[in-house]
Design a protein around this ligand. Sequence first.
Ligand SMILES: Nc1ncnc2c1ncn2[C@@H]1O[C@H](COP(=O)(O)OP(=O)(O)OP(=O)(O)O)[C@@H](O)[C@H]1O
Ligand SMILES: [Mg+2]
Length: 269
Amino acid sequence: MTNPAPEAAVPAAAMHITASKVGKIYPAHDGEVVALREVSFGIRAGEFLSMLGPSGCGKSTFLLLVAGLEAPTSGEIAIDGQRVTEPVTDVGIVFQEHGLYDWRTILGNIMLQGEIRRLPLGPLEVRARELLRRTGLEEFAAKYPHELSGGMRQRAAICRALVHDPSLLLFDEPFGALDALTRVQMQIDLEKLWLQRRQTVLFITHSIAEAVALSDRVAIMSPRPGQIDEVLTIDLPRPRDKAVVASKRFAEYCDAITERFMARGIIQY
Ligand SMILES: Nc1ncnc2c1ncn2[C@@H]1O[C@H](COP(=O)(O)OP(=O)(O)OP(=O)(O)O)[C@@H](O)[C@H]1O
Ligand SMILES: [Mg+2]
């Protein structure tokens, strides 16, 4: 993904998300689990918002609600003012595990997005190949997922999420399984791709530095039942290059978030 072609930055028709008093209770064999309680906040059109919070606080649940893949128990999620009641289609999702099908080639996996949506496959393949080129996977289109490294598979999963040019991107810890070096490169590459289109992004991560590096705002969640404790604006220039990441202000944002988690006993020294 080192040399993306210069391309006119054309903003996607971004959507805004509103969560109003969203609650989610899962039935369990020994009672019930309150995953989210009265979560109210918004994701602005075209913003990159990260969600940070301890394991089990309901981040993935929130993402599934936004995608319309789960229904809230109370409250509602709306996209551009429309209540979400069924799976959202104008969306690209990357889960923690790449979720590529072993029996399909890399290109075949990416094209699945269009096959499911019954999109014209010719133009879609042109775009798929362009994304593969920009993510350094051009020569791997005909390979199968097991023939790629973890980082390459994750890049292919990102291509699959982007190929139909959705207005909304939902990422659930997409880089969690990667080594630290690949992870940093993926952050740099993702920011480049996002700066081209400025889709609305909900990005879940456990990494404070990753959230600061990528986000316009960071939503900090409390332990389960998850609530939004605070939404912090990350006022740093883009692209978040080496100078930005090495800056005092970057470190201050990371410190401020760490202190929020220390205050809640989530991080203890
Ligand atoms: N399908 C399900 N059925 C029952 N309980 C569930 C289900 N999915 C999640 N939960 C429970 O809801 C709570 C929140 O889970 P969720 O996966 O949303 O957390 P998370 O913040 O994404 O955690 P992690 O950071 O570990 O991925 C957990 O207690 C989990 O056990
Ligand atoms: Mg999760």
